[in-house]
Design a protein around this ligand. Structure first.
Ligand code: IMP
Length: 178
């Protein structure tokens, strides 16, 4: 699979170290609380699994799914909630976990939806942030790495549903999708 990469942006060790730092920060910020950690499927599953194993807090977990890009590398701008939470979030301290904040289309829709359900608080945690591509005024509270405008895969991020399992973050060779 490494032959499909133009560049390895962050190695497995770099990702692990950064996830531990984020978890330490979240553990401090949520001291005394029992957050509800919500993962956005499918991209967040690896990051979320790594993150929660380093959170020294009582917490509960849930998942949502929104529509994705399909086989392309640009957002359609249309977002649908395909899988909703199991439980009511009113009064909960919700931490929404996503693989990447790109244009912000998906997450701004999900954030608006969840805010309407009256959580006690709602924060956003993303492994990657691509601020150059933002079209919505949305910022994450916790960011693993800020990256330039390149299409990346690994650690949950896919191209055409592939490469999610890669333990590093890589930039795909354009020849793979052109
Ligand atoms: P949005 O443009 O912020 O709505 O991004 C929505 C989704 O697009 C993310 O949750 C990812 O699943 C996907 N996405 C955005 N940028 C990348 C990328 O560089 N690689 C793989 N998936 C991406």
């Amino acid at each position: 699979m490494e032959q499909d990469m133009q560049q390895i942006l962050f190695t497995q060790d770099q990702v692990a170290a950064r996830v531990q730092e984020l978890a330490a920060q979240i553990t401090r910020d949520y001291a005394g609380k029992t957050p509800l950690v919500v993962g956005v499927l499918r991209g967040s599953f690896i990051f979320m699994a790594d993150l929660v194993r380093h959170l020294d807090l009582p917490l509960t977990l849930d998942f949502m799914a929104a529509s994705s890009y399909g086989a392309g590398t640009t957002s359609s701008g249309l977002v649908n909630i395909r899988l909703d939470l199991h439980d009511d979030i009113a009064g909960r301290d919700v931490l929404l976990v996503e693989d990447i904040l790109d244009t912000g289309n998906t997450l701004s829709k999900l954030v608006a939806e969840l805010k309407g359900r009256h959580p006690a608080s709602l924060k956003l945690c993303v492994l990657l942030d691509k601020p150059e591509r933002r079209t919505r005024p949305l910022e994450a509270d916790y960011v693993g790495f800020t990256i330039p405008d390149a299409f990346v895969v690994g650690c949950g991020l896919d191209y055409d549903q592939k490469y999610r399992q890669l333990p590093y973050i890589g930039v795909l060779k354009p020849s793979v999708y052109e």
